[in-house]
Design a binder for this molecule. Structure first.
Ligand code: TRP
Length: 459
């Protein structure tokens, strides 16, 4: 992201330079381990195609409306997540709590996200060494098991990841990353397509495709609706202020609904490509679709093992995945950093260091969840699972719920219309009306029902 958000005066606040830059940064936040790691494993453990359909409905009726809301609020206030809600809310109403919950969520998401990124970093080295390149599930499972059950490796790779993310934010070389993401994203897409083609030509690939695209609705449970909705929030980086923060750097002439729709569909395309790369391989090599968090790290080496130059391509694959994860992590870390800078007038350096050290401390709980802390359970979950569950299934949906209610019921149609039409310069009246109606009624009711059901508060 090409921003140095240290200015306090709204006029001087940094902005993304170009419309393409905006799209790249926003997409850079959305696309990450969510597409390549989380989407396939959740789709796998929730029965496949039916889950995918629910997920897509959640993107349309919840994800996109909340994304537009966040972006437009951020741009209207030109502030960090908490101050945005303070500025735009009527006096004495505690809407800033949404932003505060977002800062908390950023730490919790980063705690486990940085550990998955750690596995990706470790896999770059493993790919170079070549030992994981195998179609034998025993070999790939042992390699992954060795890594995650090793506390030292788990911590060190996490720290390496956090150091990289921290340096990018701290040195303000975000611009470089924005440029890099813009150039490297197409390469990642190319590689995903390549792996997808190989995967589709594996013997038994049809079974994987059927799993991904032939819905069997009997597999859906109340819990899987909640997981699908949580994934929609997580994937689009909404519900916790990332998009408020990014929106605050948007230009006044940026078409916000257009950007949100483009980001959401491109993001879905990347997830589907990852699914097409992974599910045929699941069935071809005898893995289980519900292998959980390890799914990517087992299947991908097997696909590469069965193609020419696979060893080489696999190194590139994990490097690009690491880069995609860094773009997403920057957007997460930006939420507390922007807040600390503006609230306490910390320098960007100080805010970045405090944030990254804080994440490393909380993150060690997640990093050690498969080794030293494997038997430490809170609410029946390891810390890794707890951070993941609590953010995707509770904090992000709650944030989204209140953002939708705020825009629909408090901010209101007049302000929304003025802001989304860029003061009448865009002719997108119909889009705005549909969005407003969705935000007013559909989004809040859906989020509330899915949460109450999924968390077993009502049956
Ligand atoms: N969307 C990113 C991914 O899929 C993760 C992410 C970045 C995120 N920023 C976020 C998730 C804010 C929730 C909230 O990998």
């Amino acid at each position: 992201m090409s921003v140095q958000s240290s200015e306090k005066a709204p006029i001087n606040r940094a902005k993304f330079a170009t419309n393409l830059g905006v799209l790249a940064a926003t997409l850079g936040s959305a696309v990450g381990l969510g597409n390549i790691w989380k989407f396939p494993y959740l789709t796998g453990s929730n029965g496949g195609a039916a889950f995918l359909l629910v997920y897509i409905v959640c993107i349309l009726l919840i994800g996109i409306p909340v994304m537009v809301s966040e972006l437009v609020l951020g741009r209207a206030a030109r502030s960090n997540a908490i101050a945005t809600m303070q500025k735009l809310a009527p006096a004495k109403q505690p809407w800033w709590l949404i932003g505060a919950a977002g800062v908390l969520a950023a730490f919790m998401i980063m705690a486990f996200y940085s550990e998955v990124a750690a596995w990706v970093f470790a896999y770059i080295i493993k790919a170079i060494q070549g030992g994981i390149l195998s179609t034998d599930p025993n070999v790939t499972k042992a390699a992954f098991g060795d890594l995650v059950s090793n506390p030292v490796q788990s911590l060190i790779w996490q720290w390496i990841d956090l150091a990289v993310v921290g340096f990018i934010i701290l040195l303000g070389v975000n611009k470089g990353i924005e440029g890099a993401t813009k150039k490297l994203m197409p390469v990642l897409l190319f590689l995903l397509i390549l792996v997808g083609i190989r995967s589709l030509t594996l013997p038994g690939a049809g079974q994987g495709l059927a799993f991904l695209f032939q819905p069997d609705f009997s597999k859906l449970t109340a819990a899987s609706f909640l997981v699908a909705m949580g994934l929609a929030f997580f994937k689009l980086s909404v519900g916790m202020g990332t998009m408020i923060t990014y929106g605050s750097y948007f230009r006044d002439d940026q078409d916000i609904p257009g950007t949100a729709v483009r980001v959401a569909f491109s993001d879905l395309a990347v997830s589907l490509l990852a699914g097409i790369a992974i599910f045929p391989a699941v069935f071809a090599f005898g893995y289980k679709p519900d292998a959980g968090a390890s799914l990517l790290f087992l299947t991908i080496p097997s696909v590469f093992a069965s193609m020419p130059l696979g060893g080489f391509f696999m190194v590139i694959f994990f490097i690009l995945t690491a880069i995609a994860s860094i773009g997403a992590q920057i957007s997460l870390v930006e939420v507390p950093v922007a807040f600390l800078q503006e609230k306490f007038q910390f320098s960007r350096q100080k805010a970045s260091i405090i944030t990254v050290v804080g994440i490393a401390i909380v993150g060690s709980l997640a990093a050690l969840s498969n080794s030293s802390l494997a038997s430490a359970h809170v609410f029946g979950m390891t810390f890794f699972d707890l951070f993941d569950y609590a953010t995707s299934n509770i904090l992000l949906p709650l944030g989204g719920l209140f953002i939708a209610i705020f825009v629909g019921w408090v901010w209101g149609y007049k302000k929304l219309n003025d802001a989304l039409s860029n003061h009448g310069t865009l002719s997108n009246q119909i889009i705005i009306k549909v969005l407003y109606g969705t935000l007013l009624v559909v989004t809040p009711i859906l989020v509330a029902i899915v949460m109450l059901n999924g968390l077993k508060i009502i049956k």
